[in-house]
Design a protein around this ligand. Structure first.
Ligand code: CTP
Length: 215
């Protein structure tokens, strides 16, 4: 398959020295890209700023903002069989980026926020029937409901939900536990394991969906 993976956080600038971002380390998305490469697929990884070495044999495309991720994905999505959106994209950005460093003596800044593009929602209309799109849902509560809502709203084949409120898994951890929800309302659980193992299991079920669509 031709596999397109996004990973890591995004950053939205406030002024020349500050930005808003999130705790994503990129480990889960990088593990998915590496697992796909090991399975013999052709892999492109769109990565936000992370401290990880790119997996061998994977094409790396760097992105900083949500707009960068959208542009990189739009450019490549037509040619891919499987899209896995593991990037934790910041949902808001300051309306204006201050040209000069905001000074402390001016007091706490009032920042006007505007939404960033929702990459999955924007590319949903481009999806071809043979393509498989998978999202991630980072949740602290109502995991199942929220993941299933995102699955529907973003027109996905599958969504991997993970609990980001626990210390032993998710953001920044080397381990994760997933519940993968499918468009046909089935669900598969991947018990707490290394992100490498979770990535392999996720790739297995997504490959099954791809094979089934081809028949
Ligand atoms: N996503 C996206 N564009 C965004 C935000 C998220 O494409 N601007 C993708 C993520 O890569 C992920 C999925 O949508 O695959 C769900 O991301 P998540 O942050 O859990 O959901 P949100 O849509 O931001 O919803 P909420 O803030 O209600 O949790």
């Amino acid at each position: 398959m031709k596999v397109l993976v996004t990973a890591g956080p995004t950053r939205e600038a406030i002024d020349p020295v500050r930005f808003v971002s999130n705790r994503s380390s990129g480990k889960m998305g990088y593990a998915v890209a590496a697992a796909a490469r090991r399975a013999g697929h052709d892999v492109c990884l769109v990565s936000g700023p992370v401290a990880l070495a790119p997996p061998r044999g994977v094409e790396l495309v760097r992105a900083t903002t949500a707009a960068d991720v959208l542009a990189a994905v739009k450019k490549r999505v037509r040619g891919c069989d499987l899209l896995v959106m593991a990037a934790a994209i910041a949902d808001w950005r300051p309306k204006k980026i201050a040209a000069r460093k905001l000074k402390k003596r001016a007091g706490p800044p009032r920042i006007e926020w505007v939404p960033t593009p929702d990459v999955l929602k924007e590319i949903a209309p481009l999806k071809k029937p043979a393509q498989v799109f998978c999202g991630f849902a980072a949740e602290t509560e109502r995991l199942a409901q929220e993941a299933q809502r995102k699955l529907r709203e973003k027109n996905l084949d599958a969504i991997a939900a993970n609990d980001v409120s626990k210390k032993d898994r998710g953001f920044e951890s080397d381990r994760n536990a997933l519940t993968i929800y499918f468009a046909d309302r089935r669900a598969v659980r991947v018990a707490l394991a290394t992100k490498e193992r979770c990535a392999e299991r996720l790739l297995d079920v997504l490959t099954e969906i791809f094979d089934r669509k081809k028949k």
